[in-house]
Design a protein. Structure first.
Ligand SMILES: Cc1ncc(C[n+]2csc(CCOP(=O)(O)OP(=O)(O)O)c2C)c(N)n1
Ligand code: SF4
Ligand code: SF4
Ligand code: SF4
Ligand SMILES: [Mg+2]
Lengths: 295, 304
């Protein structure tokens, strides 16, 4: 998504806009949910920071939409266009989320991880079309510019997906409405709270609990879900449990491995290593849909 | 290697101490090694962590550890460990802490700190005979800042600062030998993909006093450019191709703990990672591949 924002930003720039694009993430490393913003204007942009009232929101991983913690719905107004990378129909999302504004879907590409690599390019291509002010040519040039260093093959594969998405959305070109200029004089600073300087024993960020990291539900990261077929698991030497980097597989008293889906990040090491191939990889999208949500 | 309670995979712990929910990348080989190490070390540990990916493990108010954690500058973890050890010793001496409550001081750093920036602090700590265990997760680059090269980067690998057709022009530093030359209590290489070998080494280190070191090669999907599911497979290939010799130093003697029988060609290992792709496409760089293989062959010939 970070690259998608760069592609879109560069395309806008090539077509004469002033642009800001920036990813936003916390301490998490690769695999964690991530936001990226693009702000464009014909005039110099004085506004900085996070976009609070977006005109277009694109969701690359639809399993994140219903998760309040993921915050993808933040700032959605009545005119904000929502584009979800999903196999479900726009009307389904519109009803599910009870939205007034326009909802579109980009039919999610195949459920394998190889194809997921191109989701960013597809989203950028779709966004460029929806804005209605970015040409197909600029989109293509932006991809060549941003991905060029990765080699001709990567460029070609991403171009194919991006332009297909651009063409697919051509019918909706211009559905994104331009936001109004935000004036600096209207800025109101937050209500600051004064924190007195305390003794180090009070002020130091001491944690008295053990392993508090379990409060962070890294299960949100997953795009693929490992599922154990217990009829094939031979309760081996607990291969999966030792190799799982995230301590997400425990073995119970009967020697049965159990996956903690609240924390499994979906690396698929267990799937690759299980000796009798008892662990299957299922697309999170399909697994979550079958269960009515993420565990 | 002396008596061990880890004879078979079945002897490995199946409940895990390291908390889930860390911000490390999915499939992180360093985290895999750390969780295996922590299970054997146990809860009575205090970690002293130099800047690197693993700094992110403890981001207030979250920590995967069950005990204390101290963050130091990149070059200073062994100095931090000295302070913690001294404080514990004073508490013990004054009777303000029961000997059964004593903690093992564990330094945890990446290769950037261990092979480079922090080497002088480490050398000093060995000189002073500091009683501590140093765990280095070696992902062969400055992972946290975008995989720039470090003193542990292998010859020919692409990093953020070693691009072009020949990759990194330098050679991976032999940290094991540098440390062993100081004659500390214990030095071992390990890898998360060989959990039994690793468990025995942690067990050995735990049973000794003085400066002790475990260098764990840590396949890094993000920095090495491969699918996270391959972390264990790539680790195993590093051992089976002879690229990462598993060995230990104790009482002045180096012992190889797992000698690959029929060594696989090094390119079987290199081919799995995007950081070596330029050795194979657009055409094979026979000279560089030959040089890398030659160095591995020479190492094992010398081992005998
Ligand atoms: C003295 C100093 N220089 C640079 C940095 C910035 N920095 C933070 S983490 C890091 C990389 C550390 O590499 P390594 O020790 O191998 O750990 P990894 O990130 O790979 O886990 C760098 C350069 C720093 N924190 N301190
Ligand atoms: S996919 Fe498997 S190995 Fe990876 S985090 Fe989930 S349970 Fe652990
Ligand atoms: S690795 Fe496979 S066979 Fe072994 S315990 Fe896990 S699921 Fe069962
Ligand atoms: S960059 Fe590499 S070492 Fe750092 S958290 Fe990610 S996988 Fe682990
Ligand atoms: Mg490193």
């Amino acid at each position: 998504m970070k690259t998608a924002s760069r592609i879109l930003g560069t395309a806008l720039f090539l077509d004469g806009f002033e642009v800001q694009d920036a990813p936003r993430y916390g301490a998490e490393r690769r695999g964690a949910p991530l936001f990226a913003y693009v702000r464009a204007s014909r005039q110099p942009i004085n506004e900085r920071g996070v976009i609070r009232r977006p005109d277009l929101v694109i969701v690359a991983d639809d399993t994140l939409v219903p998760m309040p913690a993921a915050g993808v719905m933040a700032g959605l107004g009545d005119f904000t266009v929502l584009l979800v990378n999903s196999q479900e129909a726009p009307s389904v999302w519109k009803d599910r989320l009870n939205l007034k504004g326009p909802v579109l879907t980009l039919p999610a590409t195949a459920e394998d991880r190889q194809e997921l690599r191109f989701a960013g390019a597809a989203c950028a291509g779709a966004a460029a079309a929806l804005l209605g002010v970015v040409s197909r040519g600029a989109t293509e040039r932006a991809i060549r510019e941003e991905l060029g260093p990765l080699g001709a093959e990567v460029v070609a594969a991403n171009l194919e997906r991006a332009l297909a998405a651009f063409d697919l959305m051509a019918g909706h070109a211009g559905c994104v409405q331009e936001g109004t200029e935000v004036s600096a004089s209207g800025y109101r600073h937050p209500e600051w709270i004064d924190l007195p300087f305390e003794d180090a024993r009070v002020a130091a960020p001491a944690i008295h609990g053990a392993a508090t990291s379990v409060e962070v539900k890294t299960g949100l990261w997953r795009t693929m879900r490992p599922v154990i077929d217990y009829s094939r698991c031979n309760r081996c030497w607990w291969v999966c449990s030792s190799f799982c980097p995230d301590s997400a597989i425990g073995v119970n008293a009967e020697g049965r491995p159990q996956i903690d889906y609240e924390h499994c990040k979906g690396c698929m090491i267990c799937v690759a290593q299980c000796p009798p191939h008892a662990i299957e990889a299922i697309a999170e999208r399909a697994a979550a849909a079958a269960e009515g949500g993420r565990p | 290697m002396s008596e061990t309670r880890f004879k078979r995979m079945k002897d490995l712990p199946s409940g895990h101490l390291l908390g889930s929910g860390t911000p490390m990348c999915a499939g992180c080989g360093g985290l895999e090694a750390l969780h295996e190490i922590y299970d054997i070390l146990g809860e009575k540990t205090v970690f002293v962590n130099a800047a690197g990916c693993m700094t992110l493990l403890s981001v207030y108010p979250f920590t995967p550890f069950r005990g204390s954690w101290l963050y130091t500058a990149m070059a200073s973890a062994p100095a931090g460990a000295q302070g913690v050890r001294d404080a514990l010793d004073i508490l013990l001496q004054k009777g303000r802490m029961a000997p059964t409550d004593d903690l093992e001081v564990v330094v945890l750093t990446g290769d950037g700190a261990a092979y480079g920036m922090g080497l002088s602090a480490t050398s000093g700590a060995i000189e002073r005979g500091l009683d501590f265990l140093y765990v280095c997760y070696d992902n062969e680059g400055y992972g946290n800042t975008g995989q720039q090269y470090s003193g542990a980067t292998p010859h020919g690998a692409r990093t953020a600062t070693s691009t072009g057709a020949r990759g990194y022009p330098g050679y991976k530093k032999d940290l094991f030998s540098i440390l062993a030359a100081h004659r500390p209590a214990y030095v071992a290489t390990a890898i998360g993909a060989e959990p039994l070998d690793l468990a025995r080494k942690v067990e050995q280190a735990k049973g000794l006093k003085g400066p002790r070191f475990i260098i764990a090669l840590s396949p890094c999907p993000t920095g090495w450019d491969y699918d996270p599911k391959d972390t264990v497979e790539i680790g195993r290939l590093a051992v089976r191709s002879g690229v990462w010799p598993l060995k230990e130093y104790r009482d002045g003697k180096v012992t190889h703990t797992k000698i690959p029988g029929a060594r696989l060609p090094v390119e079987d290992y290199l081919k799995t990672q995007g950081r070596f792709a330029h050795l194979f496409t657009p055409q094979r760089n026979e000279a560089l591949l030959g040089e890398i293989q030659g160095r591995v062959d020479a190492y094992w010939q010398a081992v005998g």
